[in-house]
Design a protein around this ligand. Structure first.
Ligand code: NAP
Length: 295
């Protein structure tokens, strides 16, 4: 890795807390691999300080930042421009400082689409997709699916009002393609009959609560469906294990995590990101956290 000098450019992460983030390791390894004079730092921004932190970005000459919980929505009104995908996601996870202007992107959704294409060989265009959950990650993925031409998107959530809100945002991208249903066995079973792709977007099954029963019974899945879980720790959730036993293809959230970073790296540096290096760093760090990465 290059020594930090007077010409080093800074990229950061704004969140609270940030100590668990894998982004500094992933991006600093990528800068080193390309011998770029850049460094990535995590900033733990206290509640109430996000506006001051945002306004400092152009003054300090940062290339940009990632934004994580709890500021992904809060930064929207503080930006000069947002991409249509970020606007429909209602959240920004990447900011580029472009000639002093703050431009907001959502690379979570596009990261998921790239993972779908590159790791599962799946194109959502023309497909029916069932999303389980209706939180922030679901909203980003749903918007990206709509922009990529999904034919129908069904959102099943415990709190139906939240599913209705996500469906409304999707229908603004492609009129009438989204529907909201309650997360009941009957409604999910009905949606499963149509869906070619099923995406688990809730935190249920995430480390350390890995033994928690999945939000829907994997027995409802149909053999041959592509079943995705946005959780990346563990890589094989109880839901994905059940899907495998049902004869479904499976995709973990690690690819989404990787490709949201790959997309952000490209936006900041205008370089081809070293995808293999970034993937290796994520896998090594997650393995070190004691979770199994054998699919
Ligand atoms: P969030 O905004 O808090 O939303 C959580 C969603 O899960 C809500 O729809 C909630 O339903 C539902 N839920 C929570 N507990 C549930 C339960 N016991 N039974 C049924 N539904 C339940 O969270 P988020 O930011 O979207 O994150 C969700 C997951 O995605 C996390 O595991 C996160 O690590 C993962 N994620 C992965 C990536 C990646 O790069 N792979 C990126 C972002 C997020 P209600 O509305 O009914 O409460």
């Amino acid at each position: 890795m290059r020594a930090i000098s007077a010409t080093t450019k800074l990229v950061g992460l704004f969140g609270h807390p940030v100590g668990h983030s894998l982004s500094p390791a992933m991006h600093n390894a990528a800068f080193a691999a390309l011998d770029l004079d850049c460094v990535y730092m995590a900033f733990d921004i206290r509640p109430g300080d996000i506006e001051r932190a945002m306004s400092a970005l152009p003054a300090l000459g940062l290339l940009g930042v990632n934004v994580t919980i709890p500021y992904k929505e809060a930064v929207l009104p503080l930006l000069d421009t947002v991409t249509p995908e970020a606007a429909h996601s209602g959240a920004v996870n990447t900011i580029v400082v472009d000639d002093g202007r703050l431009v907001g992107y959502n690379t979570d959704g596009v990261g998921f689409i790239r993972s779908l294409a590159e790791e599962a060989g799946e194109d959502p265009a023309g497909k029916t997709v069932l999303l389980l959950g209706a939180g922030g990650a679901c909203r980003a993925v749903a918007a990206a699916l709509a922009f990529r031409g999904a034919a129908r998107i069904i959102i099943a959530n415990r709190d139906v009002a939240r599913a209705v809100a996500v469906a409304g945002a999707v229908n603004q991208v492609q009129g009438g393609i989204a529907a909201a249903v309650p997360l009941t066995e009957e409604e999910v079973a009905r949606a499963m009959r149509e869906a070619q792709v099923v995406i688990q977007t809730t935190p249920v099954g995430m480390y350390p609560r890995v033994d928690e029963p999945p939000v829907v019974n994997p027995e409802l899945l149909r053999p041959g469906q592509l079943v995705c879980d946005l959780i990346y720790n563990p890589r094989q959730t109880a839901f994905l294990a059940g899907a495998s036993r049902r004869g479904c293809r499976t995709l973990s959230g690690l690819g989404m995590l990787l490709f949201q970073g790959v997309e952000a790296f490209g936006l900041w540096t205008h370089q081809d990101p070293p995808v293999d290096v970034m993937r290796r760093v994520l896998e090594e760090h997650l393995a070190r956290r004691g979770r199994s990465f054998k699919q």
